[in-house]
Design a protein around this ligand. Structure first.
Ligand SMILES: *[C@@H]1O[C@H](CO)[C@@H](O)[C@H](O)[C@H]1NC(C)=O
Ligand SMILES: *[C@@H]1O[C@H](CO)[C@@H](O)[C@H](O)[C@H]1NC(C)=O
Length: 204
């Protein structure tokens, strides 16, 4: 008998059945893809796509934690009166007025306040937990200012003194100068410090 004709190892009948099934499946897939794509394009041209914002409003609003700051402290009056405090930066180094310049240190005074007035300006008012933190903020500011204006001769811009009000919700004041001492009848509320560094150490 004649040997059976085979295509790709399959009988002719089986080959055609498989081929037709494959064609139907592939045609269906292509038709679905094209149709779906057209439908999607029509939909996007006729109606704007709705963008769903998954952020909840609370996630974009910073939470506000209320509460009055506790009274700032100092290193311990009257013991620290007339003593020196040398502020350090975050790496534990003394804070020079400029790189290569004099180290800033401060003399602390209990029961002392220099209110703003003629010749004295409060350049900044900020909450600091202690007189010593206040002094450090002052020294860091001075160093930044002097470094930025190196050669510019702005010695008048530095903070020469700080005064601290030791009451709940009160502040540290950075001042361009000392002035007339006045504790406004409440000496126990005030501690202050003066920058001890003469101008001849400044490198301009
Ligand atoms: C702090 O020291 C200064 C200078 O020695 C002095 O005049 C002042 O009375 C002292 N104040 C206190 C509260 O001890
Ligand atoms: C501090 O500021 C006051 C007011 O602006 C000014 O009169 C005074 O000269 C300043 N003092 C220093 C030492 O810069």
């Amino acid at each position: 008998s004649e040997p059976k004709q085979r295509i790709l190892g399959l009988s002719v009948r089986r080959f055609w059945i498989i081929l037709i099934v494959l064609v139907v499946v592939v045609a269906g897939a292509i038709g679905g893809g094209v149709g779906g794509g057209l439908a999607a394009r029509n939909a996007s041209s006729s109606a704007p796509t709705r963008v769903t914002n998954t952020d909840t409003p609370t996630a974009t609003t910073p939470s506000v934690v209320g509460g009055v700051s506790p009274a700032p402290t100092d290193g311990g009056c009257p013991g620290i009166n007339n003593t020196v405090y040398t502020p350090l930066d975050a790496s534990g180094k003394t804070i020079q007025i400029q790189s290569g310049g004099a180290i800033q240190w401060f003399r602390r005074y209990c029961d002392t306040n220099w209110p703003a007035g003629p010749g004295v300006r409060d350049i900044m008012k900020l909450y600091m937990p202690s007189l010593e933190d206040c002094i450090t903020a002052c020294a860091m500011y001075n160093a930044q200012l002097c470094e930025r204006h190196r050669g510019g001769g702005i010695a008048s811009g530095i903070y020469r003194a700080v005064s601290m009000v030791k009451a709940t919700g009160e502040y540290c004041y950075l001042k361009n100068n000392t002035g007339k001492m006045d504790t406004l009848g409440k000496p126990e509320l005030y501690s202050s410090a003066v920058l001890c560094m003469s101008d001849e150490y400044l490198i301009w």
